[in-house]
Design a protein around this ligand. Structure first.
Ligand SMILES: C[C@@H](O)[C@H](N)C(=O)O
Ligand SMILES: C[C@@H](O)[C@H](N)C(=O)O
Lengths: 165, 165
């Protein structure tokens, strides 16, 4: 399988938006993103965890420059959709590990979480796929996060000499 | 930018695991995945939404065959980590849209949510990236989900003749 990590990137222009306690019914996610699609707001890394007692939380990132507009568009849906609140945090950075064959069982996700945990970096949002692991952290930790991940995956060494994944 | 959807796939061998109310402190995610990494459990699509009142929910998928073992490994951490519960649902299917350039603002995510919502398919978990949008649905809706997505993205037409994204 051979997972290969090719790079670490930090996007300090991201803001995190969370919508809490969305009623768990078919179509609710589409209604939520309609106005953002209409206004061509650049939405990235949408994550939703499993519903609980009939409600879901959903988080995603937008450019900091669109955060206010996105918040207003979503607030406008609150009574119609019945969710609890829209929370915006623009003091964050999106840190991504990019590679190939990174299905999480290869330990890439674990090595990433371990390195960030040991450096005291708290994870506000997590999203993994085969080619990318993205986490949102406090923007003050962006430098530290990139550096400890760079070390954890030995990116200063040539690919052939790195510890196996 | 030209987002291109190349295929729709359903994985009926997936189970969804959720760990609720994990204390929101650096390192907690690593401690959670340590035993799964040690036992080489195949973990895919890890999602965590933003912390609330000092706790986070985290969901991910594992092969149905590993669900029981994963649950037991995680239950063993409950008192040490202090999370609320481990929930397993093995009556689910993971449905993925695979493509390129699918940054969500291109409307791919919205078109996906709209098609599934109109077909009455409820989304239990959502994870998006540039090359893949994955949702977890009740396994009874796996066929319907694949069919309505296939239609929504006109995959029976040649790429050049499909509605723009
Ligand atoms: C819950 C978990 O993600 C925690 N916030 C961490 O950083 O590890
Ligand atoms: C909250 C939202 O994802 C809902 N479950 C839906 O299917 O649209």
């Amino acid at each position: 399988e051979g997972a290969v990590v090719t790079g670490i990137a930090a996007d300090r222009q991201a803001a995190r938006i969370s919508v809490t306690r969305i009623p768990d019914r078919a179509g609710a996610a589409a209604e939520l993103f309609e106005p953002l699609g209409r206004e061509a707001i650049n939405v990235d890394v949408i994550v939703q965890t499993a519903p609980q007692d009939g409600h879901c939380d959903l988080s995603f990132t937008v450019p900091k420059a669109s955060a206010k507009q996105a918040q207003q568009l979503l607030e406008g849906l609150r009574s119609e959709l019945g969710f609890a609140e829209v929370r915006v945090d623009d003091c964050v950075a999106k840190v991504s590990i990019v590679g190939a064959g990174m299905r999480s069982q290869s330990g890439v996700a674990l090595r990433c979480f371990r390195a960030l945990g040991q450096a005291g970096v708290n994870l506000q949002l997590i999203s993994t796929s085969e080619i990318k692991i993205s986490v949102v952290v406090d923007e003050r930790f962006a430098e530290v996060a990139v550096r400890v991940l760079h070390d954890a995956f030995e990116l200063d060494k040539p690919q052939g000499e790195r510890k196996g994944l």
